[in-house]
Design a protein around this ligand. Structure first.
Ligand SMILES: Nc1ncnc2c1ncn2[C@@H]1O[C@H](COP(=O)(O)OP(=O)(O)O)[C@@H](O)[C@H]1O
Ligand SMILES: [Mg+2]
Length: 321
């Protein structure tokens, strides 16, 4: 399958009064056509920064993309013109943020908000855009009679459905969902995820799901990228990464269970903290927390290397199984 999105050596820093935050330190990622990819990692790993880079929403002067390429078909997003970006962002590449309220306008009805996006991107006449908006609402499980309601009249889960409807309204080629269910109740989370899985079957949109929940990855994704301190530490097909887990950090995330256990999906806490992104340690960025580390891990920064079919790991000790 073809890569619909390819990130190469992406480096992003944030320049603050307290110092330089190294948010992404040379990240590579490939998303194939129609694939669902899980991007996992604990808070501060750089997941949102990656998503915002793809949407080119890293704002200077604080945020800087120091190196890298983000190839979307023929276009390098990092070099695209403003005009190109307007046609890509929210149209060919859509993003769902964690907090549904931040994406919705409180004073416009939900039907109108969806119709607006459709009109803007497809230059459809009003009536047709409205009809399509109603269709989108029903796709995400909201009946047409709610189209005239305002966001505050919906529950959190329903609001996130509206946000998803907006994101999918223009049939994007790529959808990036940044922790789409984290702000929701657990039962509602399951409903929204189920709905997303159903949509996925219908639309086949290539999707990056950002999450810290490995259960979601097991359930919904074909491949997974594990981010740690702004670096990919392991990536590959979900089956391989879950069954032949190679990186000590991933092993920690999976609670040392080398099989897919759907009911064992909560993150098992790993002792210690992620390093300060303003002062990353020498050597491997995980060595201070790693049960397998020796002196060389504190000195040498490991490269990402291939250990199986599309399965890569950033640890010299990991062996392929
Ligand atoms: N606008 C910003 N200014 C300064 N630091 C930022 C900014 N955005 C993100 N960071 C920092 O970059 C790192 C990665 O953040 P983020 O991409 O939000 O991680 P994640 O989404 O995985 O939790 C963190 O250390 C975070 O504090
Ligand atoms: Mg985030």
């Amino acid at each position: 399958m073809e890569n619909i999105l390819e990130i190469r050596n992406l480096r992003v820093t944030f320049h603050t009064d307290n110092g330089v935050v190294r948010a992404l330190n040379g990240v590579d990622l490939k998303l194939r056509d129609g694939e669902t990819l899980g991007l996992v990692g604990e808070t501060g790993a750089g997941k949102t920064t990656l998503a915002k880079s793809v949407m080119r929403l890293i704002s200077p002067p604080q945020g800087r993309i120091d190196a890298g390429e983000i190839l979307f078909g023929e276009v390098d997003i990092l070099k695209a013109s403003q005009a190109d970006m307007l046609s890509i962002r929210g149209n060919k590449i859509s993003m769902i943020f964690q907090d549904p309220m931040s994406a919705l306008n409180p004073v416009i009805t939900v039907g109108e908000q969806i119709a607006e996006v459709i009109r803007e991107h497809e230059s459809l006449p009003s009536k047709e855009a409205w009809d399509k908006a109603l269709k989108m609402l029903s796709t995400v499980g909201i009946t047409a009679d709610r189209a005239g309601d305002y966001p505050h009249q919906f529950s959190g889960g329903m609001k996130q459905r509206v946000v998803i409807a907006i994101a999918l309204a223009c049939n994007p080629t790529v959808l990036i969902a940044d922790e789409p269910t984290t702000a929701l109740d657990v039962t509602i989370q399951a409903q929204v995820l189920e709905m997303m899985a159903e949509l996925k079957k219908k639309t086949d949109t290539a999707t990056i799901i950002i999450t810290h929940d490995l259960g979601i990855v097991a359930q919904m994704c074909e491949s997974v990228v594990v981010l740690y301190a702004g670096e990919v530490v392991e990536s590959g097909p979900v089956r391989d990464v879950f069954k032949k887990t190679a990186h000590p950090y991933t092993i920690g995330l999976l609670g040392a269970i080398p099989k897919i256990h759907l009911d064992e999906h909560r993150l098992h806490p790993i002792h210690g903290l992620m390093p300060d992104p303003m002062a990353p340690p020498e050597g491997c960025s995980f060595h201070e927390r790693c049960d397998f580390a020796d002196e060389s891990c504190a000195l040498n920064h490991p490269e990402l290397r291939i250990i199986g079919d599309s399965h890569s790991v950033r640890c010299p000790k990991a062996v392929s199984r």
